[in-house]
Ligand binder design. Structure first.
Ligand code: ADE
Length: 423
């Protein structure tokens, strides 16, 4: 621990004791990141580097920030979503670990951007983003800082899509590593992490029984398929809505029902959007929902549900319990919206379990080291995580889980590299 107190902006610094205990609890499940941290402590590969990180401020992110600090970096952290901050963790990072952290659960949009600007003020060399708000702020309001930046990492699908769009338009001004696209990130974090934590968030907000429910999952990317499979595991029936024919086929052959959202809206008990897109559930869809339907979003931004449209058609609106808002439709049916349509797994629960964030954040730490070493020779493009880093994270995780695997014999390796041998 670093006893130097940092001056960030948090809800209550007195919460720091709880934060430390919970950060240490999460660390138990993050053995890969710990091994990287141990090496970082010895080698200090990030010495002299200033990092601006805009990530969900959770126990897992705290462990990443501490590992980066131990690697020699000066880390400044802010929230990547107004509702995802764990206030005790933010307090602990400032008070006990000396990492300036600017994050308050429930902060308004003005404060959210004030905090983003606060982590940019120290003139970072590397940015770590979850959703690309840091990069987009740099490209619009803080262009004077761009010359000092070596590179950045992006954690999530939505952020990578935004950054690719910036690169295509020639707007990106420094290289980005798409951490999301590492196999050891999206196969696990997006699928098993989102699958479990989304159901966890909805359960904590509502205490509903999943068994026997019809769960409409909008979007069958890695996150959507994780949620659908976990819902099925709880005894629910998943109904998938998609716009992509291949994904829709996959969903059908995975044994789920597939139908247009307007049809699904009439039969669903619980709705979860994970499309990364805009208004996956529209005003017209809300109008036909059953009495008691529960609607939530687990995609990055709160734009997947047309909440304004829902409010416009509703006869009344009130909060019935924390994170649950009731809307009375013209039909008299009541629809319950969870967590203002923000990421349900982080707003109502604690986000993905530590064991899965272990791999995502091991990629973040190693990608940061890679950028510090190589960033100056890279173009202003979005790059994949180097394969050797991805494989190393997989290898370390297997080792930590006590799982051994086989290696190819020389003959097998030769066969796979050749074409001569046939029938
Ligand atoms: N994204 C999803 N779950 C998370 C977690 N536990 N910590 C940080 N970012 C996350």
């Amino acid at each position: 621990m670093n006893t130097k107190t940092a001056i960030g902006d948090v809800k209550d610094r007195a919460l720091s004791g709880d934060g430390v205990r919970r950060i240490e609890w999460a660390a138990r499940e993050m053995p890969v990141l710990r091994q990287i941290q141990d090496r970082f402590l010895k080698e200090k590969p990030l010495k002299g580097i200033r990092l601006a990180a805009c990530l969900h401020v959770t126990t897992e992110t705290a462990n990443l920030a501490i590992a980066l600090r131990d690697g020699g970096a000066e880390v400044h952290l802010c929230a990547s979503n107004p509702l995802s901050t764990q206030d005790d963790v933010a307090a602990a990072l400032n008070v006990e670990y000396g990492i300036p952290t600017y994050a308050i659960k429930g902060e308004d949009t003005k404060t959210y951007y004030k905090h983003i600007n606060a982590v940019l003020d120290p003139k970072p060399h590397v940015t770590l983003d979850d959703g690309a708000d840091l990069v987009s702020t740099l490209l619009t309001d803080r262009t004077e800082l761009l010359d000092g930046i070596i590179g950045g990492c992006e954690e999530t699908t939505t952020g990578v899509i935004r950054l690719r769009s910036m690169a295509e338009q020639g707007r990106l001004r420094y290289p980005i590593v798409a951490v999301n696209d590492a196999d050891t990130k999206h196969f696990f974090d997006n699928q098993y992490g989102t699958g479990q934590s989304t159901l966890d968030g909805i359960t904590r907000a509502t205490n509903l029984l999943w068994a026997g429910k019809k769960v409409v999952v909008c979007g069958y990317g890695w996150c959507g398929r994780g949620v659908a499979s976990r819902a099925r595991g709880m005894g629910a029936q998943a109904i998938i809505t998609e716009v992509d024919p291949i994904r829709a086929l996959e969903a059908a052959m995975d044994g789920h029902q597939v139908m247009p959202i307007q049809e699904a809206s009439k039969v669903g008990d619980i709705f979860i959007t994970l499309t990364g897109g805009l208004k996956a559930i529209s005003k017209e869809n809300f109008k036909v929902m059953k009495n008691g339907a529960i609607v939530s979003n687990s995609g990055h931004f709160n734009v997947e549900l047309d909440i304004e449209g829902l409010a416009a058609i509703s006869k009344s609106r009130r909060t019935v319990k924390p994170l649950v808002e009731e809307f009375v439709l013209p039909s008299g049916n009541r629809v319950f919206l969870l967590a203002e349509g923000r990421l349900i797994n982080l707003a109502a629960a604690e986000g993905h379990p530590s064991a899965v964030m272990d791999m995502s954040f091991a990629n973040q730490a190693l990608a940061t080291e890679h950028l510090v070493k190589n960033g100056k020779s890279l173009e202003h493009q979005v790059y994949p995580v180097p394969k050797d880093i991805d494989k190393e994270v997989g290898r370390l995780k297997l080792k930590a889980m006590g799982i051994e695997i086989d290696t190819l014999t020389a003959d097998q390796a030769k066969y796979l590299a050749s074409w001569e041998m046939g029938t």
